[in-house]
Design a protein around this ligand. Structure first.
Ligand code: SF4
Length: 181
């Protein structure tokens, strides 16, 4: 029976009869990239787009991310979708701090990326003022396809990240610049 299920491509490897040889980094990267558990931090309209992204038509489950985690400790990918008031900033940061490494962050939409239309005293002008962001998804709101594209960008980062990156001095400096130890 013909199947239209597309399998994830394997890593570059040396294949022979009964064996496949590749590097540990690539296998771990492949596993991580296709099992990114999202933590949706949705505060406003962009959160509705995320709901659509999870639902049947766009189906985030196809990317191995069907299990939203509302506990930071079991999440790999923080999805900040919506306006973040300055009062909420410490809460977003606390959630980020409670996530285990390796962790990735997507700023979904103009508000999370830059404050959006809310150029006002009470709104954080982008979550990268308080935590490091890996991928920015533009739009007000972005369509679900754009959110999927953002997730696919994180998949690429996860797939190609060296296992040593999180222990490097550069990464430590990045965290230090956010006053994160
Ligand atoms: S970017 Fe636009 S759609 Fe998204 S939360 Fe802000 S105002 Fe709403």
């Amino acid at each position: 029976m013909a199947s239209n299920i597309k399998m994830v491509e394997g890593p570059d490897s040396y294949d022979g009869a009964g064996f496949q040889a590749t590097s540990f980094d690539k296998i771990i990267g492949l596993a991580r990239a296709n099992s990114l558990w999202p933590l949706p931090f949705a505060t406003s309209c962009c959160g509705i787009e995320f709901m659509s992204t999870m639902a049947s038509t766009f189906d985030l489950a196809r990317f191995g991310s069907e299990r939203p985690s509302f506990s930071p400790r079991q999440a790999d990918m923080l999805l900040v979708a919506g306006t973040i008031a300055k009062k909420m900033g410490p809460v977003v940061k606390q959630v980020y701090l409670q996530m285990a490494e390796p962790r990735w962050v997507i700023a979904i939409g103009a508000c999370a990326s830059s404050g959006g239309i809310f150029d006002t005293y009470s709104v954080l002008q982008g979550i990268d003022r308080i935590i490091p962001v890996d991928v920015y998804v533009p739009g007000c709101p972005p369509r679900p396809e754009q959110i999927l594209e953002g997730v696919m960008q994180v998949q690429e980062l996860a797939k190609n990240e060296s296992l040593r990156r999180r222990n490097t001095e550069e990464y430590q400096q990045l965290l230090n610049s956010y006053s994160i130890q």
